[in-house]
Ligand binder design. Sequence first.
Ligand code: GUN
Length: 301
Amino acid sequence: MTIVGKVRCCNNAPMTTKAKILDGKALAGRMREDMRSEVAQLTEKHGRAPGLAVILVGDDPASHVYVRNKKIGCENVGFASFSHELPADTSQQHLLGLISELNQDPKIDGILVQLPVPDHINPETILEAIDPNKDVDGFHPYNIGRLVARKPALRSCTPYGCMKLLAETGRDLHGLECVIVGASNIVGRPMAMELLLAGATVTVCHRFTQNLQAHIERADVVVAAAGKQGLIQGEWIKLGAAVIDVGIHRRDDGTLTGDVAFESASKRAGWITPVPGGVGPMTITMLLANTVQAFKTHIGE
Ligand code: GUN
């Protein structure tokens, strides 16, 4: 395997390099621009815009910010967005009733229930109640199963966005050693399936993994989704590796950072995503792309 970005000095010792930035904000902007014209054409042809319903239960401040950004994203590409903000004491039965109505509603192509939901609501029951054809988050077991079976339908947004960022490197993933840190249903597990589908050799590390450093040191691609600020030290990164940081954490000074120690990692990586401006904008963009896909399925295009 070629190590991209590796340089050697006179005694043949590897030196540090400066990673290329995988700019998710710029890529998301380009993708949304293309989507805007496609949505305008589809709207003209079918007499209505793609419709996305977003349900938020309770008053988690971070969820409110995410949902607001999703609504803005929808409106920017010309979707109709339908917001359902419900109080924290909403019953599971009431929420299931709303999902059932939205499943039947011909104006709605995508349904998203922002997670986490309050403790008295079972998230699996809720996610499984969404019509898989309207499951634009790609969380329904049907859509996860389609990805496992190598016939993806609606794909989980964050892993799908990470794949688009990796495509920007121009590297063929076949046979590369890819290490994912974090085994969540939302990111780590579907990410493993995406990378496997792309022909990579995949390792998923998690809280019981022994010697995380040894896994990272041999990785051509690192996807950090552990939810632990600065967990991945820059010195562990293999020279020339692609580093995708899904983590997002607020420092005491108010600035944002990820799961990877960015400054030191960018001296060794070939490519790296910044936080903010890397994975985050891509997650919302893939939600929008999934909504266009669901709309087309819905209208039979
Ligand atoms: N909470 C954190 N990330 C997500 C996401 O991608 N979708 C939903 N529905 N909830 C989330």
